[in-house]
Each structure stands twice: as C-alpha cells, then as structure tokens.
Ligand binder design. Structure first.
Ligand code: ZN
Length: 518
C-alpha cells in the first residue's frame, strides 16, 4: 500500500484537495510553482480570499515533517491521505526555512547583486521573475531601519514575507538579505535575531562633513581629538604610515596617482576616522553575534554632503584593511545627484571618469563591490556601470517597487489612488525632510484637475508626482483610524485582486535595471 501511495503524482493530489474545498464552496488559488514534495509530504501555497496559507498533504503513515507546522484546519483527503492548512505566520515561516533551505537567505560574498526592497510585502514574486530571466543574484529582503520604522514592519516581518514569496515562486537559486543602513548595536541585534545575513553599516553620524571646508588650523585641532585609541593607533604612528606616501593605482591603460600630503591626509582623517572607529565597534559586535563569522558586510558612506573623492576612498580602504575589517561592499557618495525615484542628474562623463577610479581602488585595495544606493530609476548610468564594473556592482532598489505597486492602484482603483495622492501631497513637506529631492509642491497638479485615465501618466511617469509619492510611503502605509489601516489593507487587496499583472509590472520594471547593469 505504501508504494501505491507514494506513486500518486503530487498534481493529482493537489487537484483532489482543490476539489474537496470546492465542494465546500471554498474558492482557492493554488500557487502551482510552489508545489514541492518532501518525505512523502506535498507542500504548496494557496490563497483563500486575501490570505495566503500553506497546505500539507500526507499519507496516513507519515507524520514526520508535518507535525511541526501549526495548522488552523486539518482533515481527510480520501482514505489514505490527510491535509493540513497552516497560516503563514511566524512559527510556520521558521519551520518552512528549516525544511526548505532555499527559503533561507544566504551569504553572497563578492557575487554581483541587485537589491530589491519591498515596502508592502507583496512585491517579491515580481522581483524573482525579473532575476530569473537574467540569472542575477538577488538581495530580496532589503530594508533599512528607517524604512522599517516608517512602514511599521519588523525585521522578522520583512524576512518572513520574503521566505513565503520565495516558496510561492519555487525559487531555489538562493537570495541574500540586507539589513540596510544600520547605525547602532541595537539595529544590528534586531536584524541578527530575525536572521539577516548581510549588514550594511552606516557610520554617517560620525562623519565630519565640516572637514571639507575647515582651515588647516581647525583641522589640526580636530586631528588631535580623533579617537586614536579606538583606532588601535596614535597620531605619530598614523602620520608615519601615510604622510608623504604615494600610491600608483593602475590597471592596463588606466593609472593614476594619489599622494597623501599633510593637508589632504589630515582632512580625510578628520572627516572619516571617527566613522571608521564606529564601523570597527559595530563589526566587533557582529563578530560576537556570529561565532562562525559568516556574514556579508557593507559600509555605507553615501549620505555625506559632498561626493567621495578617490583619495578619501583610498584612505577608507587602507584604514579598513589595517583594522582587519573585511568588507564585501562599499557605498560611496558619487558625483551628481541620486535623487529618489528619478534618473541620474549630472554629467555622465564625469560620473564615468570618477567611477573608473573608484573601481580601480576597490579592486586593488579590497576587492569589494561598489554598492549603488538609491539605485532605482537611474537608467542613464546602468550602461556605464555595466561597462566599467558589471562584475563588482551591488545595485540597490526599493522605493521604485512601491511606485510600481501604485501603478496597479491607479489602473484598477482610481478613487483609492486619488485619496493616496491627496494625502501624500498633504504629508509631503514633512516627509521630504530626510531626502534630497528637487520637487516642489507647486509642480504637482492637484488631483481634481486630472482625469482617471491620466492618473498614471501624471503622477507615476512624471518626476514631481513620483517624488511626492516616493517620500510619503511611510505616511500612506501607516495611517490608521483606530485599529484599522486607512490605506494599507485596501492597497494590498487591489494588488492581490490583480496579482499576475502586479508581478509582471514589477518584473518588467526591475528587468530594465538589470539589463544594462549586469
Ligand atoms: Zn544609502
């Protein structure tokens, strides 16, 4: 009998399960790509109404794997088979990751990657479809502490949503998870506990932007106050190491020289040394958490006032090396403007020239990847990235998938979209404070003047509308009346009602990012 049970094809059993529910007047959607068998148990994801659930089908004499999943409903499926319907909750997500390692994030090292952040928690299947086509490695769970705070999601929520989506799509090629812009040990702790594998350390509160303009006297005073002890160094040793040193950085036809003079060295040290000491503190904290030291590390200094000069980049690389901080990625502040939701603003030739230098430094003094933050919608620079550094790029995108989600709302629920526009306009001045963007409210037409057919074009294809919607995602996704979300649940419903179109829309958009870059 056992043999006979085993030979029942999974699809047959899944169809039988669907029929059984239909007989009880329950319509479900089965995510066919999720169907998988383990220890004679068939697993797959379904959606009933607006809720996704995990289903397990298993013969009478098999319990094993199914026992650890918490069910909300169990029953018989013919004589020899049983079913279990399980909520997609935290406990079951843990169990899923235990049983199916492909739903767990992993360490990626120097593999080039595209970061696909998702603020709503439903976009990941679209991201997976895009990276599948191009065979690019994805960082699917990617969220900064700031974004998590603004969307009222925890690190665990972010990771769980991704694990379920990976399962839904049957995506087995692996993904990473990026705890982005971490500033404190507390940030690290909460993301570590959730299971993140990549840590992007942001020491920006220790970067002294004033150093760009300080005169030599001020710089020298500040130089005395650098936390030398934390840097395993003292002033004399430091000067001895760098002062007067010349570095020739070459690769084939390209070469350039960097020499440390008293002024440029002290300026770089004053600007970045306290930040480097902070990175060292956070890195030691990570090492204590990860006893096996298996995690990916990125350092982000992309939020400084002025672009990172090649000399500053070299200085940071040398200091990280001296302190044995082995990084897989570094996010610099590049020339030009990387405003949210719009294309690169700046001189492409200048971008290319400076990128070339940064790439050479990253290769010679790492190697590590160059991480491009606010990387979405920068279509004019992708060919340059691809040409010069395709094999060492980590391109991060996030907000753009939120905007693509709103495209679905504009098409299918214009009334809801108009409410979102109105509330976004209302929150814009407050929410824009933490972003560098050039949109002014006067550039955004009021919603009464726009017909339903034009909503997408006016607010999602043109820059001012895009930026207003981009920076206000937190206000939209967390507005509540009593216990009820005002927008969040309605947005989710429209997206799920139009699920396939939604995934395709997200995928198409992410493909445009991948095509030129990798
Ligand atoms: Zn950043």
């Amino acid at each position: 009998m056992k043999r006979k049970d085993e030979s029942v094809p999974s699809l047959n059993m899944v169809a039988r399960f669907k029929k059984l529910l239909k007989e009880k007047d329950r319509e479900i959607k089965i995510y066919r790509k999720s169907i998988i068998k383990k220890n004679r148990t068939i697993f797959f994801l379904i959606r009933e109404g607006y809720e996704k659930k995990l289903v397990l089908l298993y013969p009478n004499d098999v319990e094993g794997v199914s026992a650890n999943f918490i069910s909300e409903e169990e029953g018989k499926l013919g004589g020899f088979w049983n079913y279990k319907i399980c909520p997609c909750n935290r406990e079951n997500a843990n169990e899923l990751r235990k049983n199916f390692p492909f739903t767990r994030p992993r360490v990626i090292g120097l593999t080039p990657a595209i970061g696909c952040g998702d603020r709503i928690g439903l976009a990941t299947p679209g991201h997976i479809r895009a990276v599948r086509k191009f065979n690019v490695f994805p960082v699917l769970a990617q969220q900064s502490i700031r974004e998590m705070t603004r969307t009222a999601r925890t690190p665990r929520d972010v990771l769980d949503d991704v694990s379920w989506s990976v399962f839904q799509e049957g995506y087995k090629k692996g993904f990473a998870s990026d705890a982005d812009h971490l500033k404190t040990e507390e940030d690290i702790k909460s993301t570590f506990e959730a299971g993140f594998t990549m840590y992007t350390l942001d020491p920006s509160s220790f970067v002294d932007d004033e150093a760009d303009k300080d005169d030599l006297k001020t710089l020298k005073e500040k130089f005395e106050r650098i936390p030398w002890f934390d840097l395993n160094c003292d002033k004399e040793k430091f000067l001895d190491m760098y002062l007067g040193k010349e570095f020739i950085i070459e690769d084939g036809d390209n070469s350039f020289k960097i020499s440390f003079t008293e002024e440029n060295l002290i300026r770089a040290a004053v600007k970045y040394s306290a930040a480097i000491a902070h990175i060292l503190r956070l890195k030691r904290f990570l090492d204590r958490l990860f006893k096996d030291k298996k995690y990916d590390l990125e350092v982000s200094i992309d939020e400084t006032e002025s672009p990172t000069k090649p000399l500053e980049h070299l200085f940071i690389a040398l200091e990280l090396k001296r302190l044995h901080i082995n990084i897989q990625g570094l996010a610099l502040r590049f020339v030009g403007l990387f405003e949210k939701a719009v294309d690169y603003i700046g001189d492409l030739k200048e971008f290319e020239e400076t990128l070339r230098k940064h790439v050479l430094i990253a290769k010679k003094f790492g190697p590590y990847k160059l991480s491009i933050h606010s990387g979405s919608d920068k279509f004019s620079i992708y060919p340059i990235l691809g040409k010069i550094a395709g094999d060492m790029i980590h391109l991060k995108t996030a907000g753009t998938s939120y905007l693509e989600s709103l495209r679905i709302i504009a098409r299918h629920d214009p009334e809801l979209f108009k409410e979102i526009i109105q509330y976004s306009i209302k929150c814009f001045e407050k929410d824009r404070a933490s972003y560098h963007i050039s949109t002014k409210l006067s550039m955004v037409p009021s919603v009464e003047k726009v017909s339903d057919e034009e909503l997408e074009k006016v607010y999602l294809d043109r820059n001012p509308g895009r930026q207003v919607l981009h920076v206000t995602f937190g206000s939209i996704l967390t507005l509540k009346k009593g216990e009820k979300w005002i927008f969040r649940d309605r947005i989710r419903k429209v997206l799920l009602d139009n699920e396939e179109e939604y995934y395709e829309t997200i995928s198409k958009h992410i493909e445009r990012h991948i095509r030129g870059t990798f």
